[in-house]
Design a protein around this ligand. Structure first.
Ligand SMILES: NC(=O)c1ccc[n+]([C@@H]2O[C@H](COP(=O)([O-])OP(=O)(O)OC[C@H]3O[C@@H](n4cnc5c(N)ncnc54)[C@H](O)[C@@H]3O)[C@@H](O)[C@H]2O)c1
Length: 373
């Protein structure tokens, strides 16, 4: 059991990166943690630049996750970090998580879990044998609007679920910007760093996680059309997938990052025997219930965060709920560390399912048929 302020370490999140600062600011906004160390970049100079900017003790700014863990272990137990946030490109997640868990540190890992399914299974064995906590930042799972939808479904508001639609589209990869040196696009479109999936991994795993979470049921078969829409790209930037669930629910999942004009549009619709629920991240606090005989009700969830520094860092098409999503997930993660309980946040199983989904979607697309998950 760990009591008091938790000490946070970070891998990734160097100068100019997208998500590291959002992890730090939202985790610290819970009031339960403080960043004490980091290996922010593979380049020590850049790692130091970041550590300096954050006012960290420069003895605790490291050149690599390996050095960070080694040196932190040499500190007295009450001084060393308690957990690491993994915010690097995908190819480094598993090695960092593996080492951290085996060295006695809790882990909060960004998605997707790994670069392939096999790696994910191997990490699951380590997590299962470890006493340390392992959480994942499938951010939408922390959104107040999504938590409300889950509550409404569980209360029977829409009856038995029959069909689910999840549509997640962005337009920032409409042109071949990876060839123009755009950093985030460069690694996301290179299988060496992203893994076997491009868009199907980057936002497809968010969509798939949502599709299974809200259904409260597993997808057992999929038929996918995974494509490269932009000429010259090495990896998929679009996917349309039919989902069949174990209990007969039907689903459609559509994702794309070369959808011109879209910033970041995530639309969720769930149809049941008594009504349906409709949500979009464009109005992330509003949930529309549509009942039989044209009745309609609107639920509004508050998602205010007093995090001005982080609001300035929000990627295009993301609102305050994105920060609140992170904050909610970190809060539950910290509570599970304090109480030594299982956190009700995305975990290793979600990560493994995500990697299976990527692999099977690509297989289905290549074979031109439904495949079993
Ligand atoms: N949960 C979400 O909503 C969400 C949103 C964006 C990104 N992500 C995920 O977060 C991760 C990072 O994405 P990003 O967009 O911030 O990428 P990024 O390219 O902006 O930042 C990655 C950072 O990792 C650092 N890095 C690279 N190799 C390193 C190493 N060996 N040691 C230490 N640091 C190293 C880079 O220097 C950089 O600072 C990805 O896995 C991505 O899928 C999740």
């Amino acid at each position: 059991m760990t009591k008091g302020m938790l000490k946070m370490g970070m891998v990734g999140g160097g100068p100019g990166s997208m998500i590291g600062d959002i992890h730090r600011l939202t985790a610290e906004a819970t009031g339960k943690t403080k960043l004490v160390c980091g290996a922010f970049s593979s380049d020590l100079h850049k790692s130091r630049q970041k550590g300096n900017e954050l006012g960290l003790d420069m003895n605790r700014v490291y050149a690599s996750v390996e050095e960070m863990i080694d040196k932190e272990l040499q500190l007295p137990e009450g001084e060393r970090m308690d957990f690491i946030a993994i915010t690097t490109p995908n190819h480094l997640h598993v090695a960092a998580a593996n080492l951290a868990l085996k060295s006695g540190f809790h882990v909060m890992c960004d998605k997707p879990l790994s670069i392939n399914y096999q790696e994910a299974l191997e990490l699951k064995k380590v997590v299962d044998q470890s006493k340390m906590k392992f959480g994942m930042t499938y951010t939408y799972r922390g959104y107040a609007g999504i938590l409300k939808i889950k509550e409404l479904i569980e209360s029977g508001r829409i009856g038995d679920i029959r069909k689910i639609k999840v549509d997640y589209t962005q337009g920032w990869l409409t042109e071949l910007i990876e060839d123009q040196g755009q950093k985030q696009a460069k690694w996301r479109t290179d299988p060496k760093f992203s893994g076997q999936g491009g868009t199907i991994a980057d936002i497809g795993t968010h969509a798939f996680n949502m599709a299974e979470y809200l259904a409260g049921s597993k997808v057992t078969e999929i038929a996918a059309d995974v494509s490269i829409l932009v000429k010259g790209r090495k990896i998929d930037d679009d996917a349309n997938v039919l989902l069949r669930y174990e209990n007969g629910i039907k689903g459609i999942l559509s994702v794309g990052q070369a959808c011109a004009g879209e910033l970041n549009s995530f639309i969720v619709k769930i149809y049941g025997s008594k009504g349906s629920l409709h949500w979009t991240n464009g109005h992330s606090n509003i949930i529309v219930f549509k009942g039989l005989e044209n009745s309609e009700e609107i639920y509004i969830e508050e998602s205010v965060v007093d995090l001005h520094e982080a609001i300035k860092l929000l990627p295009d098409g993301h609102d305050e709920s994105f920060l609140k999503g992170f904050l909610n997930l970190y809060n539950l993660f910290f509570k599970s560390i304090e109480d030594d309980t299982v956190a009700e946040i995305p975990n290793i199983k979600d990560g493994v399912r995500g990697m299976l989904f990527i692999e099977k979607a690509i297989e289905s697309s290549n074979k031109n048929t439904f495949v079993t998950l």
